[in-house]
Write a protein that binds this ligand. Sequence first.
Ligand code: HEC
Ligand code: HEC
Ligand code: HEC
Ligand code: HEC
Ligand code: HEC
Ligand code: HEC
Ligand code: HEC
Ligand code: HEC
Ligand code: HEC
Length: 326
Amino acid sequence: MRRWQMSTVALMLVWALAVGVGKEQSKKSQPFPLNLFAQATTESYIGEKECAQCHKTQAQTFNASPHALYVRNPKLPVEKRGCEACHGPGEIHLEDVKDLTKVVSFSKSKPKEISLACLRCHADTMRLSQWHRTSHAQSDVACTSCHQIHRDEKGNAGNREKLSKFFPSPLFATAPEPKALLKTDEVTLCGQCHQREVNEFRLNFHHPIPEGRMVCSDCHDVHPSKASQKRMRVVKDMCVTCHAEKSGPFVFEHDPVAGWTSEGCVECHRPHGSHNPRLLKAFSRGLCNQCHTDKGNNHYPGQSCWNVGCHVAVHGSNTDVWLRQP
Ligand code: HEC
Ligand code: HEC
Ligand code: HEC
Ligand code: HEC
Ligand code: HEC
Ligand code: HEC
Ligand code: HEC
Ligand code: HEC
Ligand code: HEC
């Protein structure tokens, strides 16, 4: 063998060793519950039938999940099949059924661990890093705070708790049916923790959530992905997805509407509900006075600056620098 060939072989050996060791280490250093999947071999997976013998109720309640159809596809790799796709390899669980470091128990695992278990498959909804930056993740709200995987018509949630506990009657009678395996309709669900915001929709003027024509997630994205972050970054960009006529560009922009001041639309509007028509923060010239303190805007006494036929084009004008006509 030539010298360079020998050194190449040696290098490859060193590389192979390094990779091998690296793999060993990464198997061990994976956080729970990914370590269970990393340790497992094909034989560690015992199949859904085995689980069903000891966990009859859960095996039944799982049938109604849209996941059932998916994880029963025999073409999938073993670690994505059956109950074990979420709860981890059965062989390790059976080493000691009481040991909660050997099985993924969604009712007892930490929120962070739950997100790891779910995002093994749901990386297309969002990346782990994106989820962990949300104030929900940081406040220990877990995927399973909002989503319910096992369920049946009898109300057994599969974790020994009755679904009725999760399904309180809707806050608003017209609430659309829950979707996406949510524990209850969105407003009632969010309202369990955000009572104050839900109450804002009870004010005289509000976005039509009580009427069942909108849901919280029309404006809030609980699962930040790249595309949604772009959409939600500026409040204005979010609002004009529905109120396109306010987006301009206008020949004469009004700075706060154009989003050139920090808050954009919410400089003047309350997003949820308000005592004032048009969801305005104030229904008087005080609204404009927030910023135009220097303009001597006591000219033309009237109820407001826009309702006396003056600055009617508050959102921007194509003809008048003083925003007096569209
Ligand atoms: C031989 C019977 C048996 C088999 C087979 C079995 N388990 Fe278990 N499992 C148990 C027992 C017993 C417990 C402990 C229950 C307890 O502590 O109350 C348990 C606990 C669990 C828990 C945690 C329960 C909790 O209260 O948090 C989960 C999740 C679980 N098993 C899922 C599975 C899955 C998935 C399978 C199939 C891969 C499986 N089990 C196979 C007997 C079994
Ligand atoms: C898509 C993920 C997923 C699959 C697949 C799945 N489960 Fe679950 N399981 C959960 C979640 C999440 C909970 C917590 C309660 C809930 O949300 O329904 C749970 C709860 C349980 C519990 C109660 C202990 C706990 O973890 O809270 C047992 C036992 C259980 N499942 C067994 C099974 C069995 C048996 C199967 C297969 C027939 C199965 N699971 C399939 C996600 C899954
Ligand atoms: C083995 C991969 C896998 C795991 C693990 C998994 N999911 Fe899923 N999930 C899927 C697939 C695939 C679908 C699409 C099913 C369909 O619509 O046919 C889905 C659908 C969903 C949906 C949408 C259902 C609907 O009606 O639109 C929700 C919500 C969901 N999963 C939440 C979770 C949560 C929460 C967890 C963790 C407890 C989890 N998933 C774990 C693969 C997985
Ligand atoms: C604060 C409540 C809440 C939490 C926590 C939450 N979700 Fe959701 N999820 C929702 C709502 C609301 C929808 C339906 C509206 C939408 O698509 O944004 C949804 C929809 C989904 C869907 C179906 C739509 C899609 O984007 O593919 C999946 C999958 C999903 N969630 C997975 C997860 C996973 C995984 C976690 C944990 C990492 C999680 N969710 C945490 C509220 C929540
Ligand atoms: C289990 C309780 C819980 C549920 C359910 C819940 N949240 Fe939250 N939410 C929190 C906590 C805790 C925070 C962080 C502390 C705070 O700002 O109040 C938070 C923060 C928020 C924030 C502020 C975000 C920020 O960056 O400051 C918004 C918006 C929000 N949640 C919307 C929702 C929506 C929409 C739903 C329903 C799909 C929902 N939440 C369901 C507990 C919850
Ligand atoms: C029309 C769009 C829209 C809808 C619908 C909506 N929100 Fe909001 N929400 C916003 C905007 C915009 C903000 C930021 C307000 C600000 O910065 O002044 C906000 C702020 C919040 C906050 C944070 C409040 C704070 O003090 O930090 C929570 C929590 C919240 N919304 C919950 C909800 C819930 C729950 C629902 C459904 C019942 C909902 N929102 C529906 C647009 C909306
Ligand atoms: C998902 C679509 C959607 C989004 C996003 C949205 N809105 Fe609306 N908005 C509506 C609907 C629907 C109505 C009710 C119109 C009706 O009753 O005919 C409405 C009504 C209003 C009204 C009252 C109109 C009137 O004639 O009284 C104002 C003001 C308003 N929205 C401002 C905003 C602001 C500011 C934002 C961003 C924080 C926003 N909207 C985001 C759909 C949306
Ligand atoms: C400088 C304050 C101000 C800002 C910033 C502002 N608005 Fe308005 N908006 C108003 C006033 C004042 C009215 C009432 C006009 C009327 O009744 O003729 C109004 C009315 C509305 C209406 C209902 C009437 C109509 O013209 O359709 C909608 C929808 C609306 N605004 C959306 C938005 C959106 C979206 C943004 C952000 C792009 C925004 N507004 C920013 C002051 C403002
Ligand atoms: C959040 C701050 C803010 C609010 C609230 C606000 N404006 Fe403005 N407005 C501005 C800024 C910034 C400009 C452009 C810079 C300037 O010349 O002052 C502007 C410009 C204008 C102009 C163009 C003439 C000029 O001075 O350049 C008119 C007219 C005007 N605003 C009317 C109104 C009316 C009417 C209201 C109430 C419905 C209102 N503004 C509320 C910040 C605001």
